[in-house]
Design a protein around this ligand. Structure first.
Ligand code: CMC
Length: 438
């Protein structure tokens, strides 16, 4: 029996490694769910060896109590609650409270939290001028990286991370201000005046209003679209130790202020392999255009010599239907109906593409299922957002997860600066050669 099988069967809580003839025992730690971990913290000290795992495919970078994913079964839990139940029954701030504090709020706790967030939705008036330094055609994610980082230049009373009250204040400010800053980035690119937050609206409705209202006419927020926005925010709120969350944790481990850490997370999220995939999925569906062209694209996706991949399909962790994709598909239908696009040809292409791919041997064998991005692009477009805003919406939602994970890390008494090591393959030591002799 291999060590791994041994561990899983519960017969041992120790693994051993034989290296250069010497045996080293390594403790095995059990979580409440999911794979156990082999604790290698003393490995370097005991063996003078590092482990090597680029991309962290076999490495748990931290201990966490926030989010759990079972990729084989298609399960996503926030603090133990299944994502579909939260998306169906919770408001976004209720979900945020759960992620931040570990429990669903009582009615009283919820009102107090909502009140606190709502009172911080405006940004410092001088920040308006900060925006005008950007070109009108700047990508809104570029603006987000800059403006969120700049919050630390405006709110000096919440950047001392050793003070729990300041940490709390920074968290509240970021969750409250992120939709306002995102909407300002959108308005700036559209050449329209900024719309101030309206605190009698809920988080999602307020955001839609700040994006789509103009001062010259009344604006009613559609309840179906608000519900869709709320679900999209909940679905994207956390996803355990993904690239941007790990970036936030690593930045925070040096003691950097929370606004700077979240700005680093936004920068990482911007990449097409992370937050940018929904845009790519929408572009692909538009390129396919009609149902009769689907077989051609399925064929291309299966062809080893063609770099084309079915965007919105497959996932590093989910080897089953992404549980978020199911809710996203339902939300997509609701939004298209509400905006009168139920005959949207792109939706027809998406549904048929999904049907064909799910019955195709290649996709079945490789366990390639639709992921959240397959339907989110169509939905966000129908909500009225231009494609370069898609990742910004993801950033608003994920801010809650980033903050929950950052707070968990800072509050951990064992927390140390993150400092990976390397396998060095460069030149060995050599003497400096003067320029004339090179
Ligand atoms: N279309 C066709 N073939 C695919 C696809 C796809 N979308 N995804 C994976 N494969 C094949 C791949 O060619 C490989 O085949 P083989 O074993 O013959 O070489 C096999 O499936 C395994 O793929 P992989 O690239 O080793 O898997 P990975 O875990 O490294 O990649 C992924 C995961 C999401 C990058 C990949 O599935 C992909 O590129 N999907 C399309 C992009 C996409 O939708 N990204 C959004 C992910 S969800 C975002 C989030 O949760 O934040």
């Amino acid at each position: 029996m291999s060590v791994a099988e041994d561990i899983r069967s519960g017969e041992t809580d120790e693994a051993s490694l034989t290296l250069r003839g010497a045996r080293h025992d390594l403790p095995v730690r059990r979580g409440t769910l999911g794979p156990d971990v082999i604790d290698i913290t003393s490995l370097y000290q005991d063996t003078d060896c590092f482990t090597y795992d680029p991309g962290f495919t076999s490495t748990a970078s931290c201990e966490s109590k926030i989010t759990y994913i079972d990729g084989d079964k298609g399960i996503l839990l926030y603090r133990g609650y299944p994502i579909d139940q939260l998306a169906e029954h919770c408001t976004f701030l209720e979900t945020a409270y759960l992620l931040l504090y570990g429990e669903l709020p009582t009615a009283e706790q919820y009102e107090a939290f909502k009140d606190r967030i709502t009172r911080h939705t405006m940004v410092h008036e001088q920040m308006n001028r900060f925006f005008t330094g950007f070109r009108r055609d700047a990508h809104p994610m570029a603006i987000m990286v800059g403006v969120v980082g700049a919050l630390s230049a405006f709110y000096h009373d919440s950047i001392d991370i050793r003070d729990p009250e300041q940490r709390e204040m920074a968290s509240v400010r970021m969750i409250a201000k992120m939709p306002t800053i995102a909407a300002m980035a959108y308005k700036y690119s559209a050449g329209q005046p900024f719309v101030y937050p309206k605190n009698d609206l809920d988080y999602s409705a307020n955001f839609l209003r700040m994006c789509f209202a103009v001062p010259c006419e009344e604006f009613e927020v559609d309840p179906v679209l608000t519900r869709a926005m709320r679900r999209i925010f909940i679905l994207h709120a956390d996803h355990e130790q993904n690239a941007s969350t790990s970036t936030v944790r690593l930045a925070g481990s040096s003691g950097a202020n929370p606004f700077a850490c979240i700005s680093a997370g936004i920068a990482c999220l911007w990449g097409p392999a992370h937050g940018g995939a929904n845009e790519a999925a929408l572009t692909m569906l538009q390129e396919v255009g009609t149902v009769d062209r689907i077989p051609e694209y399925i064929q291309r996706a299966k062809d080893k010599n063609d770099p084309f991949r079915l965007m919105g399909f497959g996932h590093r962790v989910y080897k089953n239907y992404d549980p978020r994709a199911k809710i996203m598909q339902k939300t997509c239908h609701e939004v298209l109906d509400a905006v009168g696009h139920h005959d949207d040809p792109i939706l027809k292409v998406a549904l048929e593409l999904e049907r064909i791919a799910l019955s195709d041997d290649y996709f079945i064998q490789k366990k390639l299922y639709p992921n959240i991005d397959f339907y989110s692009g169509i939905t966000l477009k129908a909500l009225g957002f231009p494609t370069d805003m898609f990742t910004v919406l993801f950033a608003i939602a994920r801010t809650v997860g980033w903050i929950a994970q950052w707070k968990e890390m800072i509050g951990d008494p064992l927390q140390r600066i993150g400092r990976p090591r390397q396998l060095y393959t460069g030149p060995t030591e050599r003497a400096y050669v003067p320029m004339k002799d090179r």
